[in-house]
Design a protein around this ligand. Sequence first.
Ligand SMILES: Nc1nc2c(ncn2[C@@H]2O[C@H](COP(=O)(O)OP(=O)(O)OP(=O)(O)O)[C@@H](O)[C@H]2O)c(=O)[nH]1
Ligand SMILES: [K+]
Ligand SMILES: [Mg+2]
Length: 481
Amino acid sequence: MRNLNWRKMMSGGPKFFKSFHRLYSTIFALSSGQGKCGVAVIRVSGSKSVDVLKSLTGLQKPPPARTALLKKLLHPVSGHTIDKGLILYFPRPHSFTGEDVVEFHVHGGRAVVSAMLSAVGQIPDCFPAQPGDFTKRAFYAGKMDLTAVEGLADLLSAETEAQRKQALLQMEGHLGKLYNEWAQTLVKCMAHVEAYIDFSEDDNIEDGVLESVEKKLKVLAEEMKSHMSDERRGEILRSGVQVSIVGEPNVGKSSLLNTLAQRPAAIVTSQAGTTRDLVRVSMDLGGFPVQLCDTAGLREASDEVEKEGIHRAKAAAAKADLVLLVASAPLLPKVPLEQALQNYLKTCGLSINLKDCIVVLNKSDLIPDKIQELPENVILTSCESGEGISQLLSVLQNRLTSLCGDPSRECPTITQARHRTYLETCLEYLHEYQRSLEAEQDLVIAAEQLRQALRHLGMLTGKVSTEQLLDLVFSEFCIGK
Ligand SMILES: Nc1nc2c(ncn2[C@@H]2O[C@H](COP(=O)(O)OP(=O)(O)OP(=O)(O)O)[C@@H](O)[C@H]2O)c(=O)[nH]1
Ligand SMILES: [K+]
Ligand SMILES: [Mg+2]
C-alpha cells in the first residue's frame, strides 16, 4: 500500500486531482547533467515503463532485472534508429521510486537526448517529470523519509568533502533513524498514558505507569537537548562557513583575501579606503566550505560611500561564523598584546569577542624584531613574503573543524533550521506535559501535549502519523498484565 496522505491531498481541491494524476502517470526525464557529455541517462518511472522499453527496443518482454543490455533504440513512430545504448530495467518495488523504472544510457549529444525524450513522449500516458518528481515518488513509496530526501538534495549540491560526508549520512537515513527512534519512544509513552486514562479506574493496570513514563520522557528530553546543543555545526557545514576579514584601512585585508583565494579577487592599492563593497570568495579549505568576505577598512569616514561600506563591514563581522581580525604588525603600539588588541577592537568600533577571532598581524616583513610567544589565535603574517600564511591556514583549519564538527553514524547532526524548529517545539510540549502533571491537571489534557510533541517529531521525517503508530503499538500492547 502506498503511504499517501489522502486527507491532505483531498483538501487540495482541483490541485489534488492534478497531483493525483501526476503521481500515477508515468514520468520521464534526462537524469544526468544538461549539455554535451559522454553518456546521458534517461530515466522513466511508472506503470508504462515496460511499454516504453518494448516500443523503443522492439523486445517482446522486459529484459532481466538490473542487467544492462546493449540495444538499438528506435523511434516508436518513424521506426528510425535514434542511437545504440544500454537499457536497464528495475521492476517495482526494488527501484529508486518503488515503481517500474527503466533507464536508457545513450550517447550524451543534445540531438540524441532530445530525440530520445521525444520518442518516450510518444508513448501514451508518459509525461515529462517536474523537478523533484522521482524523489517525491520515492518518498511516497516509503523508500526515503524527509530527512533522507533533504540529504539527497544536499549530496547533489555538496561542494566539499565534509559536506559530501554529512549529506551522505543523512541520505542513508541516520538522522531519520534517530528521529524515528525518539518517535517510537514517545508513542510507547503515549500508549501507556492512554491506557492509564482508560483503565486505571478499573484497577486493571500496573502501579507506577505514569512514573515510568515520566522517567522515559526525561531521558528523551535530555537526549534531544544534547542533540540540539551543537552550536549549529551541521547547519554551518551545510551552508558554508562565513568568514569575514575586518580591520583598519590599509592593513592588508584585501591582500590577505587574494593570498588565501590564490587570485586577485579584490583590488589592492596603497590608498586607504580602497575596498568599499563586500568582496566574497567561495573556497574549499581542507574539505570545508568557506565563504571569505573582504570588507571596507574601519575608520571614522566622512565620505558617504565609504560610510555605507563601513556599515556593511560591521554587519558582516557581526553575522560571521568566524572573524579574521587584521592589524598591521608595525603599527601595533608597544603595550602588552592583549591590551593593544582590545584597544584596536575599540578603534575599529567592533563589539566582538577577541577569543572568537583569529587575529592576523600582517606586514611582518616590515618589523625588524619578531614578536615572541603569541597566543594560539594570533598569527604574524606577511602577504608580501608569504611568511605565516601556512600557519594561518592550519589555525583556520582547526577552527573550521570545530565549527563544522565531524558528523558520524552515531551522532548525525541537525543540518537545517527546520529540524531545530520542530525539535524545539517537541521539547516545549514535553515540558508542557510535565507542567500539566505537576499542576494536577486532567490527565486527558496532559496527554494532548504528548500527542502534539509526537506530531512535531513526526514532521521531521514526514513519515509517522500519530494514529498509525498508535494503532501499531496498541495492537501489541497488553493491558492489565
Ligand atoms: N610590506 C607589506 N605590504 C603589504 C602587505 N600586505 C599588504 N601590503 C600593502 O599594503 C597596502 C594596502 O593593502 P590592501 O590589501 O589594499 O589593504 P586593505 O586592508 O584591504 O585596505 P582597504 O581596502 O583600503 O581598507 C598595499 O599597498 C599592499 O601592497 C605585507 O604583508 N607587507
Ligand atoms: K588599501
Ligand atoms: Mg581592501
